[in-house]
Design a protein around this ligand. Structure first.
Ligand code: SAT
Ligand code: MN
Length: 596
């Protein structure tokens, strides 16, 4: 790796709009004391040198080059395998601006704590400066940031997940504005680990973790927590949503943005393969993004969306030829795998992939089922979106893609039907605001516990949820041509504990009904909780769903919903006077109808 501080040597840079960046880098270096500084240019030569260095020191292990060319395995510290929500803070001057949905700390205290951790932490290490752009480099919807890190693994991941390097630096120079993210893996000590956000300063400080959303600061920290704050100020939306294009046999494509909590199948839905009969009829599915969506009203009143990311950081377990063949093709080469198992011929392996028995588990131990799953349940792949066979030709359009429908969904074993449509925008915002889901392995803590996860943003909204819902409501203006809003639940279980709905490619049957609703060609039945497809509107038989299962999937259990809505009312009331009235009015109206 070059240790040269080439950027500083270049007098031409001085006095440019990069002054604040060079000053910040110099101050950070003075405080963290790295041995050298490297400005990332994003080139092939740079990553080749970095990979070689990481292969040498064991940070990356080469995988089978025959089956997985140019792919690597990284084993993280066993205590550092997921996001840490209890150590994640939003630091605003007024605690109410962060809201009850965030852990809050005063900015001065947050900085003091973090600065103490960062003091001298990069001694013996290289400080990498990563200029990056979230979104297509020439899109007005994109926003830039710079991450300073001492982790070459973070550099390699950021290179896949963002537009990183020289072009981003040029845009930063043009705009003079960027989000500052400072990261160090520290000693990976869980007791010295914090992820702090300072939205009023557009800055992030993250210490003590090298993993995913804690360390790749462009992702959840910038593109959701800080961006949600920027979006409210600037009149757009930064959401935890996949974006998928559904092309019908007539050749029209509708784009759908869908919010599900982490590890609830966003990547699978974004890369869906239509059932055989749909493929033959000419249906096609196009992937725009699998995790984050930035949306803004266009001149025609529609919402236009970009995927701010350039790659996928997907959950490996459960990814298979059946569940997501597009993902398997995508990760066939040039991929970083984190915390997966390996076979005896050094291929990456995880539960649900196939019937082979792995040789080593995610910690590098000889595989022994007594030690639990071979791959960590939150093991991941990092890969460029351009390798995805279904990557949309419009994924990088600077103006974004027009959104026809917004879908909210949770992991709910009971009560919530397979699909329903919101009556209007306000009802749709309530549907999103009252989303509940059972927790997954994507965050540390108990798995399978039901919690409210509004719009799948509970861990990611950088400000008070009450203000966030008000911001959502504000899009309903004269001239707006807003998407229809739906709710889905792929995870409904029967009395025997088995899923009632097959999911995966069959989900297209549900999306088809939504598109027909958007086009005005499908019927719906009014119920107090929303509009449901009438019997026969979705071909369940071909999806292998029995009549009894169908009845459960589309039933409205009034006593169950009354209890649910009482809980929702309590939840909304916890936010006090900042909660916008229309949501409470809407919830009361639905509850009244349920009790009629
Ligand atoms: O670890 S990440 O936050 O990047 C992944 C996720 O939780 O969705
Ligand atoms: Mn996510």
């Amino acid at each position: 790796m070059s240790a040269a501080i080439s950027f500083f040597d270049d007098d031409a840079r001085r006095g440019s709009r990069l002054d604040s960046l060079t000053r910040w880098v110099a101050e950070t270096a003075a405080h963290t004391q790295p041995d050298s500084i490297h400005w990332c240019d994003g080139s092939d030569a740079e990553i080749a040198a970095l990979n070689a260095q990481m292969a040498k020191d064991g940070t990356l292990l080469a995988l089978n080059g025959q089956t997985h060319p140019r792919s690597w395995l990284h084993r993280s510290d066993p205590s550092d395998v997921a996001r840490v929500e209890h150590l994640t803070f939003v630091c605003t001057r007024d605690p109410d601006d962060a809201g009850p949905n965030n852990h809050w700390m005063a900015p001065a205290e947050g900085h003091a704590r973090m600065d103490a951790l960062f003091a001298g932490c990069m001694r013996g290490r290289t400080l990498y400066v990563i200029p990056y752009c979230m979104g297509p480099i020439d899109s007005p919807l994109s926003r830039c940031g710079v991450e300073i890190t001492d982790s070459p693994y973070v550099v390699a991941n950021m290179r896949l997940m963002t537009r990183m390097g020289a072009a981003a630096l040029a845009r930063i120079e043009r705009e003079g504005r960027f989000v500052k993210g400072l990261h160090s893996t520290g000693e990976l000590d869980p007791d010295r680990r914090f992820i702090m956000h300072f939205p009023e300063e557009l800055s992030i400080k993250s210490f003590g973790s090298g993993y995913g959303g804690n360390a790749l600061l462009g992702k959840k920290c910038h593109a959701l927590r800080i961006a949600s704050w920027q979006a409210r100020e600037e009149g757009w939306l930064a959401e935890h949503m996949l974006i998928v294009g559904i092309q019908n046999p007539q050749g029209q494509t509708h784009y759908i943005a869908a919010a599900f909590p982490s590890a609830c199948g966003k990547t699978n839905l974004a890369m869906l393969i239509p059932p055989e009969s749909y493929r033959q009829a000419g249906w096609k599915v196009w992937t725009v993004g699998d995790d984050i969506c930035w949306m803004r009203p266009g001149a025609d009143g529609r919402l236009y969306a970009i995927n701010p990311e350039a790659g996928f950081f997907g959950v490996a377990p459960g990814t298979s030829e059946k569940s997501n063949p597009n993902a398997l093709t995508t990760i066939g080469h040039d991929t970083i795998f984190t915390n997966v198992a390996v076979t005896d011929d050094n291929q990456p392996w995880w539960e649900g992939l196939d019937k082979r028995v792995p040789a080593k588990d995610w910690q590098g131990r000889d595989y022994d089922p007594a030690n639990g799953p071979a791959a960590h349940p939150n093991s991941r792949f990092t890969v460029s979106a351009r390798q995805c066979p279904s990557y949309s030709p419009h994924a990088e359009d600077p103006q974004g893609v027009p959104i026809s429908a917004i879908v909210f969904g949770g992991r709910r074993g009971s009560l919530v039907p397979l699909v329903f449509e919101a009556r209007n925008w306000t009802h749709g915002v309530l549907v999103g605001a009252s989303m509940g889901s059972e927790t997954t392995a994507a965050a540390t803590g108990a798995v399978g516990v039901m919690r409210r996860d509004p719009m799948a943003m509970k861990p990611f909204c950088g400000y008070n949820f009450a203000d966030y819902f008000a911001h959502w409501l504000s899009f309903d203006q004269a001239g707006a041509r807003l998407p229809k809003i739906f709710h889905v639940n792929w995870f409904r279980k029967g009395a025997d504990g088995q899923f009632l709905w097959p999911g995966f490619g069959e989900n297209l049957r549900v999306l088809e009904w939504m598109i027909q609703r958007v086009e005005g060609t499908a019927e719906a039945v009014e119920t107090p909780v929303g509009r449901l497809p009438p019997p026969g509107a979705i071909d369940l038989q071909s999806a292998g769903v029995s009549a009894a299962a169908a009845e459960e999937l589309f039933g409205v259990d009034r006593p169950g919903w009354i209890a649910e809505f009482r809980e929702i009312q309590n939840y909304l009331e916890d936010y006090g006077v900042r909660m916008p009235d229309p949501l409470g009015v809407e919830a009361a109206r639905i509850l009244g109808q349920l009790m009629d």
